[in-house]
Design a protein around this ligand. Structure first.
Ligand SMILES: *[C@@H]1O[C@H](CO)[C@@H](O)[C@H](O)[C@H]1NC(C)=O
Ligand SMILES: *[C@@H]1O[C@H](CO)[C@@H](O)[C@H](O)[C@H]1NC(C)=O
Ligand SMILES: *[C@@H]1O[C@H](CO)[C@@H](O)[C@H](O)[C@H]1NC(C)=O
Ligand SMILES: *[C@@H]1O[C@H](CO)[C@@H](O)[C@H](O)[C@H]1NC(C)=O
Ligand SMILES: *[C@@H]1O[C@H](CO)[C@@H](O)[C@H](O)[C@H]1NC(C)=O
Length: 523
């Protein structure tokens, strides 16, 4: 069992938290660990990974992603083999030598100098750069025994550096805030703004590249862009301390709005504030302080309880100080972020709040016909005016669903996203409570039984229709990087790369779930 260092004993922890205002959402009693059961579950997830890899390798490799129904492929991520690079760190933690070897031998052959399509600085950083740096950390560290080709290992870091060198002109703007949409070798799409997620989700990868290569250029470029997010201007773009707008002018550094939340477009900016502190607590205390401001403001101003289910907690979005009762599958990483913050800052209030958020996102899974949560959902609070155009009540056909579920669905797609299972993983690592393993297992079984089709996993059109309402023939690379990694790690034996291993974090996961070895003393 992996109790957090300051939550022992777990029973006492639960009895304390039962005093908080939303008790029904907190986990039930801890149950004894069953090693046989956990091994069987970990093996079943590994089997699903191997099945999806085999389909991709047969019909799509070295293209970006598999179309599992038609056994064809596409290149939505520049044709550099996104699924292979994204699968790398998962194959490593699962210790599947043949797949590790295939990817290890492939990476040195990628031509990162050329592509026929627009390059996203953000997506390329989190998937390709993240995947390669993580693989390099493992193969030069605790999984060196899987380095079947010693010549290829240093070439992984070389490829990461080559890719970053090709991307670096993105930062060549009047402020140093990068352009996101690039046309290689030196053009952009001409946008004059960029968003806080795409600006603020580079620092971990680019700083780690500097620490591995000894060339500080990459860290400096990414941290210059980030500096405008840490001190946002004008003041009106920060409606509550730490909570900031979304779009920033890359020529002036000024925010263009005061609209945001923990949702897509903003999400991993907040995620990386605390993760930079985990990565090196001796250097990034200022990031930690911004996370604390955002976390405290979120508890004070964004925490919201649906009118029909006061036991549930979701985070609202905001526009200025107006709150919008809408959230997303993407935003369900929030529970995990509060839990990680609570662990490393030793603050029980963040653990408690994180578990409440995890419980709310669990509800979005168990309330639907498929047992999988929707892409976008809404709710209203007691006292929300029925004529509030920004916070409309559910339509008549969703009224009954809203009454029992506490949310209603405005986009029912499921595109193989990981965030709910990701937060279950943090909840388990923080509390040691088997209930979170059961929740993750149930989610995995639902995904495996509803999305598996043809040679892999496909997206669903409606999580609240029988069989998911039909498929979209697309298997995004993050199925490999994230869904199957978190589904596996929650049941897997303890190891140094696991969150809160022996009471500290020796590794930190990038937003694509690629684990990096931390640079500072583990906290
Ligand atoms: C552990 O799980 C296995 C199923 O994998 C089950 O057969 C066994 O009874 C469980 N043991 C306990 C003590 O619950
Ligand atoms: C090992 O890696 C080197 C460098 O990328 C490559 O030239 C060689 O072909 C690889 N070996 C195998 C067996 O693939
Ligand atoms: C951009 O790249 C093109 C094609 O390689 C080249 O002709 C052009 O001179 C470059 N422009 C700049 C400003 O570097
Ligand atoms: C909303 O009001 C109803 C009726 O007064 C009450 O039962 C419910 O607990 C309230 N919900 C919240 C979130 O306060
Ligand atoms: C996952 O689905 C496959 C069929 O696609 C099935 O063979 C396997 O048993 C399923 N795994 C679990 C754990 O349900």
């Amino acid at each position: 069992m992996y109790y957090s260092r300051f939550l022992v004993p777990v029973v006492a922890f639960f009895s304390t938290t039962l005093a908080v205002p939303h008790p029904a959402n907190l986990p039930r009693q801890s149950r004894p660990d069953n090693h046989t059961l956990n091994r069987e579950r970990a093996d079943a997830v590994k089997a699903a990974f191997t099945y999806a890899w085999d389909g991709y390798y047969k019909y799509a490799f070295p293209n970006d992603e598999l179309h599992p129904i038609t056994n064809s492929f596409s290149n939505s991520r520049n044709g550099w083999g996104a699924s292979a690079v994204d699968a790398f760190s998962t194959a490593l933690v699962m210790q599947i030598q043949p797949i590790v070897t295939e990817i290890l031998n492939y990476i040195p052959t990628i031509d990162f100098d050329h592509t026929s399509s627009q390059v996203s600085l953000f997506e390329t950083t989190i998937r390709y750069l993240g995947g390669m740096l993580s693989g390099y950390d493992f193969l030069t560290g605790p999984l060196a025994n899987l380095a079947s080709n010693a010549t290829a290992v240093p070439l992984i870091l070389k490829q990461a550096q080559r890719l970053a060198d090709n991307l670096a002109y993105a930062f060549d703007t009047p402020t140093g805030i990068p352009s996101n949409n690039l046309n290689f070798p030196n053009g952009t799409d001409g946008s004059t703004t960029n968003g806080i997620a795409t600006i603020g989700t580079l620092v971990l990868e680019w700083t780690h590249l500097s620490d591995l290569t000894g060339n500080q250029k990459y860290a400096e470029l990414s941290q210059k862009g980030e500096s405008y997010l840490l001190s946002p201007k004008p003041a009106s773009s920060e409606p509550w301390p730490g909570l900031i707008g979304t779009n920033v002018d890359i020529n002036t550094g000024l925010f263009q709005d005061a609209e945001g939340g923990w949702v897509g477009g903003d999400d991993s900016f907040y995620e990386y504030l605390i993760k930079m502190y985990v990565y090196d607590s001796t250097k990034y205390a200022s990031y930690r302080d911004r996370w604390i401001l955002a976390a405290d403001s979120s508890i004070a101003h964004l925490a919201s309880h649906p009118s029909t289910r006061p036991d549930l907690t979701f985070l609202a979005m905001f526009n200025g100080q107006e709150r919008l009762f809408v959230s997303e599958h993407l935003a369900c990483f929030d529970g995990g972020s509060f839990l990680l913050g609570g662990l490393v800052l030793k603050e029980q209030k963040y653990i408690d709040f994180g578990l409440a958020l995890v419980n709310g996102c669990h509800d979005t899974y168990v309330s639907t016909l498929t047992g999988i949560g929707p892409e976008v959902f809404r709710w209203v609070e007691n006292g929300t005016s029925p004529t509030d155009a920004d916070n409309p009540p559910p339509s008549a056909d969703q009224a009954a669903f809203y009454k029992t579920a506490g949310f209603y669905i405005t986009n029912g797609n499921y595109i193989l996203r990981p965030e709910v299972i990701e937060s279950f993983y943090y909840a388990f690592r923080a509390t040691g409570d088997q209930i979170y393993r059961d929740w993750a297992w149930n989610a995995f079984v639902a995904i495996n039984s509803t999305c598996a089709v043809g040679s892999g996993f496909a997206e669903l059109q409606n999580v609240n229709a029988p069989n998911g309402g039909g498929y979209n023939d697309f298997q995004d690379s993050f199925l490999f990087a994230e869904v199957l990694k978190y589904s596996y790690l929650i049941h897997a034996p303890d190891n140094v790369w696991q969150v809160e291993h022996s009471g500290v974090n020796e590794w930190v996961f990038n937003t694509e779930a690629h684990p990096f070895k931390v640079n500072g003393p583990p906290i």
